[in-house]
Design a protein around this ligand. Structure first.
Ligand code: SF4
Length: 69
């Protein structure tokens, strides 16, 4: 499974928790985070689950299925 994160900029509060957990995947750009790269599925999922605003949507690249939230 290859997980792909996307960020809802309207939901993101830019606190940076996702950047702390997955600095190769997320970066803060002004008022919200953006996806800058990738990492192992577990790291992406952990960052999404740690987002206080539930602003990170994770989908399975192969199936297109939403894995989180
Ligand atoms: S953890 Fe969530 S709210 Fe915080 S910067 Fe990342 S996406 Fe935005």
């Amino acid at each position: 499974m290859t997980l792909v994160p996307t960020i809802d900029p309207a939901a993101c509060a830019a606190h940076g928790d996702c950047v702390d957990i997955a600095p190769s995947v997320f970066a803060l750009d002004g008022d919200f985070a953006e996806v800058i790269g990738t990492d192992q599925d577990g790291v992406i999922l952990a960052a999404a689950e740690a987002c206080p605003s539930v602003a990170i949507v994770v989908t399975d690249e192969q199936t297109g299925e939403q894995v989180y939230p």
